[in-house]
Design a protein around this ligand. Sequence first.
Ligand code: PLP
Length: 392
Amino acid sequence: MPSPTLLAKKISKSPTIAMNDKAKQLAAEGKSVIGLAGGEPDFDTPPHIVEAAIKALRDGETRYAAPSKGIRPLLEAIAAKTERDNDVRVDPMTDIIVTPGGKLALFLALKAMLDPGDEVLIPAPYWVSYPSITTMVGGAPVTIETSSADNYRLDLDHMKAFVTPKTKAIIINSPCNPTGHMLSSAEIEAVATLALENDLYIISDDIYEKLNFDGRPAVSLASIPEIADRVVVINGMSKAYAMTGWRLGWLAGPTSLISVAGMFNSQTSTSAATFTQHAAVAALTGPQDCVEEMRKSYEERRDFMVSAFNSIPNMSSPNIEGAFYAFPKVNETSKTSDEVANIILDEAVVVGVPGSAFGVSKDAHIRFSFAEDLGKLKEAVERIRRIADKLA
Ligand SMILES: Cc1ncc(COP(=O)(O)O)c(C=O)c1O
C-alpha cells in the first residue's frame, strides 16, 4: 500500500478553518454559538461586482481564461491599482499572475523562489498558512517571535540572528493577521537592510492594505525603490471587496520570478475563473466608496473591541492598527492559549483561535475576528466577561 508524502506529518489543517468548522458543528447541535474564528468579511459582495460577473457569464465568459496568467483587462487594472495605491509601476504583461486566491499566489511565490531546504523568515505572530505553505513547497520556516509588550516591533539585530546561508526570503504582512500591526518606517528600513545585506526576497502580503485605521496608510514594501526588485506582492479581492468565495488573488514582482510562478500556475490551476476575473475588473476600476464604507464599519468595531477587552479584568488588548482581528491576551495566567480558547469555547460558547496557531509560544492570546455584526460582538465580549475569572 503506498503512503502519502512525509511532508504531511509536518502540516496540519488550518487551525482557523478547523475552529470555524467547530463553530458550525456546535450551531448544528443547536448551541447558541458565536463564531469569531474565521477571517471573512460579514458583508455581501457589492452589487455592481456581482452584476459584472453575471454579465460575463451571460456573455459566454465560461471558458479557460487567456492568457492563463490573467485576462488583459484585469492585469491592466491591477497594474493601475498598484500605481495608484502603492506608487509602484509594474508591467501588466510580465510582472503579474492572477490566481484563484491570495493563498495560491503565496504558494506559487514560495514554490518559484525556494529550493529544497531553503529557509524563510516568518515574524510571529504570523498568519497560520505561512509556515505550512513554506513546508509544503519543501522550504524550512524559521519563526522570529516578537512580543505584544514591544508592540510586535521588528528589530534588525534580532532578525539578523536568524539568518543562515540557507535563508532565501522573509514574509511581511502589514497590516498583520492576527495582530493588526502595521510596520513603522523604522521597521520597513530594518527589513530592507536585512534583505539587501543578505540577498533575500521579501514577500509583502498586502491583502489587508485597505483595512487601515486612524488615518494611517499601509505601506507596501514594493514601494521602497531600493528593494523593489526583490519584493513579491501578494494581494487579492477577498478582504477589501468582501469576495472570499470568489477565489481571486494575484502576485506581482520581478519578471524573472513571475515567469516561473506563471509556469507553475499554468501547470496547476490553469487560470483563475474567467467570469470572476471580469468581476475583479469591475471591483478595481469601479467606485471605491463600498470599500471605504466597510473599512469605516471595521474601524467602529475595532474601537469597541479594544475598549471592551481592556475593560475585562485580567485581559488586555493593544490598539489595533488594521485588518479585522482582535488579539487580546489574558494577563496573569498559568494556562496556555489553547486551554484559554477551550475554556472560552466551553463556558462562553464563543469561538476564537488560540495564539499558539500564530506562532506565539509565551502569552495566552486569542484571536477573535471582528468582521461580524456589532451586536454579536457585544454579546461575545459579555459572555467572556462573565467567565473571565476562569481564565486565570
Ligand atoms: C494574511 C493573509 N494573507 C492571505 C490570505 C489569503 O486570502 P485569499 O486566499 O482568500 O485571497 C489571507 C486569508 O485569510 C490572510 O489572512
